[in-house]
Design a protein around this ligand. Sequence first.
Ligand code: 13P
Ligand code: SF4
Length: 352
Amino acid sequence: MSPSLPEIRATLSRAYDLSPSLDLAEATRGIWGRMARVVPFADWAMHAPYVQAINRLKAERGAVVLAHNYMTPEIYHGIADVVGDSLQLAIAATRVDAPVIVQCGVHFMAETSKILNPCKTVLMPDMAAGCSLAEAITPEGIAEMRARYPGAPVVSYVNTTAAVKAASDICCTSANAAQIVRALPGDTVIMAPDKYLAQNVARQVPEKRVVWWDGACIVHERFTAQDLRDFRAFQPDTTIIAHPECPPDVVAEADYTGSTAGIIDFVARERPTKALLVTECSMASNIADAHPAVEFVGPCNMCPYMKMITLEKVLWSLHSMTTPVEVAAELVAPARAAVERMIALSAAKAAA
Ligand code: 13P
Ligand code: SF4
């Protein structure tokens, strides 16, 4: 039986000095400087003891932390060895030498790391950190789509379980979805499970008939085109930057749409005076200090799954080496093939 939160806290406080410390905050000002615009120094005094304990434990355990762009700033800047979008994290997972990976992100990301590293330990700080898209489809759903569109290739978003990946021909992420669909044979391509990503790809790849499963991201489906029009009328000098999990009419209102890494690159390249990031809250927080001249304006929606990952849970995960992600042996090879096909296709395109 897993220990209760009070038991976890008691164990951690016996093993590490986790009391807020202004002295430690001062000594680690260099790390704080990467998030000073969004994390008050007093808050850093609470985070710094956890960051120090985690970074020491990482060295002891030979662990690397792979963190998604939606992690909170203290995770993103304080403890991550690699940060990125889903594609960058999957590619990073193929290059890890360390025996232990701590996945700061959601479950499907940890599963992808495990699929690519079946012999390594991949730790998930909170197994309940799921994803509304990964929950939207099962292998039976993929079989249903195959029956409905015989012979059409299946592209599953990486935001899926290992079982769904194993039932698919190839994966995609928001960074390469159009490129993957364009490269597949035949007139019809099945995309699952994100209907909005599929509809956005269909506009980019008009030469294909793209059909989709009826799933959506609970964070991005909440943005509306009217919100963006209202915002633009109120602050016309704002550059609107969206994620392709948003509905197509929202994407149509945006000045740029891309994966979370694409959004970071766009802000760095274009340096807008005011930027509205139509995506998860922590994105703007994580890049605010790197772009002091950019004013990041609301709104922002939080991903309840991503926000389950906290410094305390990461510390417990490394301390207790829990919870290792497991993927059923029979799923590893077919799921890996779908992910590797995607990585190979993305690499070939990047090299071209
Ligand atoms: P990215 O691949 O763009 O990082 O997106 C992952 C995700 O879950 C967005 O909601
Ligand atoms: Fe899933 Fe949406 Fe959260 Fe990304 S933001 S993990 S797609 S629920």
